[in-house]
Design a binder for this molecule. Structure first.
Ligand code: MG
Length: 365
């Protein structure tokens, strides 16, 4: 099935549902890998590429189609093929279960599928989109949240030459807060290039790029003087004790990303980090991400929602939970040129949630 057919299936199911004719159509669950093209070649400490493949899932029943997506994370040895296999392996469970028992279904999915968090996220999001549509409410309402509380999202500037970094910074004029990737030998020229054209608040992500604690403290102390709000994952994930040492010597919040995949990681991070970056692709979907945010808040930690390069499906799902968090870094869909859907919008940096039931997605023309 090509991309257009895949989306038409969903559109047809929705139309048929409105006409009342699809109530007898059997439920279906389909998956597809979609190649998302990047507007700029995207470089972090981990990789450099011009496209990303993400897994898309569509769950149809009673004339309603829920859409889901998961972006496999190379850092955790995932790829789109593995995500697809994982999602396909629970098709029988999805088709035989009552989707309103989504909590029970996802517990069973988590039990059956080891790893493959992107695959599980695609299943969870498709299910939750369906549930929201079935109930006739946007998912932020399902979670009891006020869309007006959705935060400003950062816009990410990828690592590049100082000239291109300046250019990218100027192109991000509409975004009041920028996120800059560091963790390479070029950190100082990168930040200086951004600062040469803007005074906006910056949030910085080192993606585990600094290898020892002294270097991390030196870099962070310098970044503090450059007007940086917080630093994400300065040291490799396993260097918890060293990060605690760093945290006691710097003056801006230290946020865990690679060190924090799941809920069970959070308590042991409390002494080393001020907050956690939750991503649906790491947690395995919205339900687990919601749980992680609540656990972090209960421990007095700051919370952030992030995303991978992905389409509006995954980013909109995260945005529905964003009224809960202190910081949002939900720009993955803004970095691609062939987004198959419209969903959450960004106005002067602020996330604007669609008011339609479920995720509130519309297929792109
Ligand atoms: Mg990060």
């Amino acid at each position: 099935m090509n991309r257009r057919d895949f989306m038409r299936t969903g559109a047809m199911a929705t139309t048929a549902g409105l006409a009342g004719g699809a109530a007898t159509a059997p439920p279906s669950f389909t998956t597809k890998i979609i190649r998302l093209n990047l507007q700029h070649t995207w470089t972090t400490t981990m990789s450099s590429s011009q496209y990303r493949d993400t897994l898309h899932a569509a769950y149809s029943r009673d004339g309603i189609t829920g859409h889901g997506e998961g972006a496999p994370i190379v850092r955790y040895h995932e790829d789109a093929g593995g995500a697809q296999k994982a999602a396909e392996s629970v098709r029988d469970l999805l088709l035989q279960s009552d989707p309103m028992q989504f909590g029970k279904i996802m517990a069973q999915v988590f039990e059956r599928v080891k790893g493959e968090w992107a695959g599980k996220a695609a299943v969870d999001i498709a299910l939750m989109d369906w549930v929201g549509q079935k109930l006739g409410i946007p998912l932020y309402t399902y979670f009891g949240l006020d869309p007006k509380d959705a935060p400003v999202t950062t816009f990410s500037i990828g690592i590049d030459t100082p000239e291109i970094t300046k250019q990218k910074t100027l192109e991000a004029a509409d975004y009041p807060v920028l996120k800059v990737k560091v963790g390479l030998a070029t950190d100082e020229p990168t930040i200086e290039a951004v600062r040469s054209v803007t005074k906006k608040p910056l949030r910085v992500d080192a993606n585990e790029g600094w290898k020892d604690k002294e270097e991390a403290v030196r870099k962070i102390n310098w970044l503090e003087k450059m007007g940086v709000e917080f630093i994400e994952q300065p040291l490799p994930a396993e260097m918890i004790e060293e990060t605690r040492w760093v945290r006691s010597r710097v003056h801006i919040p230290v946020i865990a990303d690679e060190a924090c995949q799941r809920a069970s990681d959070i308590p042991r991070l409390k002494e080393a980090f001020d907050g956690v970056n939750v991503k649906l692709d790491k947690s395995g979907g919205m339900l687990e991400a919601y749980r992680m945010i609540q656990i972090a808040k209960a421990l007095g930690m700051k919370t952030m929602l992030g995303c991978m390069v992905s389409s509006s499906v995954s980013v909109t799902a995260a945005a529905h939970l964003s009224p809960l968090v202190d910081y949002a870094d939900l720009d993955g869909n803004l970095l691609i040129s062939n987004d198959p859907f419209h969903g959450v919008r960004v106005e002067k940096g602020k996330l604007v949630l669609p008011g339609k039931p479920g995720l509130g997605l519309t297929p792109a023309a």
